[in-house]
Design a protein around this ligand. Sequence first.
Ligand SMILES: *Cc1c(COP(=O)(O)O)cnc(C)c1O
Length: 381
Amino acid sequence: MTDFIPYGRQSIEEEDIAAVVEVLRSDWLTTGPKVAEFEQAVAGFCKVGHAAAVSNGTTALHAVMYAAGIGPGDEVIVPAITFAASANCAAFMGATPVFCDVRSEDLLLDPQKLENKFNERTKALVAVDYAGQPCDYDLLREIIAGRNILLIDDAAHSMGGEYKGRPTGSLADISTFSFHPVKPMTTGEGGMVLSDNEELIEKVRLFRNHCISADFRQREMSGSWHYDVVDLGYNFRLTDIQSALGLSQLKKLPDYRERRCAIARRYDEAFADVEEIMPLEVAANVKHAWHLYVVRLGSEQNPLDRADVFQRMRDAQIGVNVHYVPVHLHTYYRKKFGTKPGLCPIAEEQYKKIISLPIFPGLEEKDQQRVIDTLLTIIGK
Ligand SMILES: *Cc1c(COP(=O)(O)O)cnc(C)c1O
């Protein structure tokens, strides 16, 4: 039987396992020294002042919304093509996600379409580095200048990438990573919030730990047992076990990115002359993190049925996927916020054509060749 090739997967090596085992033998499984060490390492890697580790990329975004003071009556602009978590974070806090259409060439939020999304309730803009390509942050800043809007980078796809020589995580007012196994590096589950704004990061630290105040003067006054819950928070903590894995993975992130780039280049070459397979465009001033390799299927002369290609790839044991169903088309959003088809026409049109091909550091050349040959055969090339 042929092996199944997933669209993404982690790379775990002996040193990762050893790092985790070392923590298991230590005194601290959670809220210990590895968490702070991991936060400092990621902040250093991304050239950002402060970082707070959290339980996953979704709680990272939720904590950012809390830190920004976003609540009922506020609006948060989000691109239509992303994982639902990018928009859910606004809904968690009782705010309203406002969907902005994407550009057909790269499926990144279209800066041209932002202008009519702003009003006095707009509090934040969540830019998503879709597929691993950083957005044009200088342009986004220019557009929101003077409006008092927090610029957030949902960098779940783009850790290790760069924009104009600056690393992702440092590009917006505040940024989030996910360490899910398919993402650029993993801690099993995990996330991080990064910012140069210490006040925002302190609020994230509060929120991830039940909003328990760490005011030690108070403690000294009323006895060492004293603590105070100052607001409604959660347990969004990352463990030392996960942090040790993260520290070990971070060392290999640049190498992982190189391997993803090489895979993307081979796909680019294989499909260069095939008009039915259209990769996304990449800007000249970015270093792409290649979390996803997305192509649009079909041409004017030869429109292809995406569902059919998808099923035949799956039948051939190739784990293609579709990233993503436009968020405003999900049942929850239609029911709660009244969104409907036609709201973001480019996203909806592109969604019908996209398919994600396998890309991950451990994808072997012969397996990638199998992906290429199978796809070309299916579309009749
Ligand atoms: C994966 C992902 C998230 C959520 O991260 P989790 O760690 O899975 O909670 C958020 N936004 C985007 C764009 C993602 O791809």
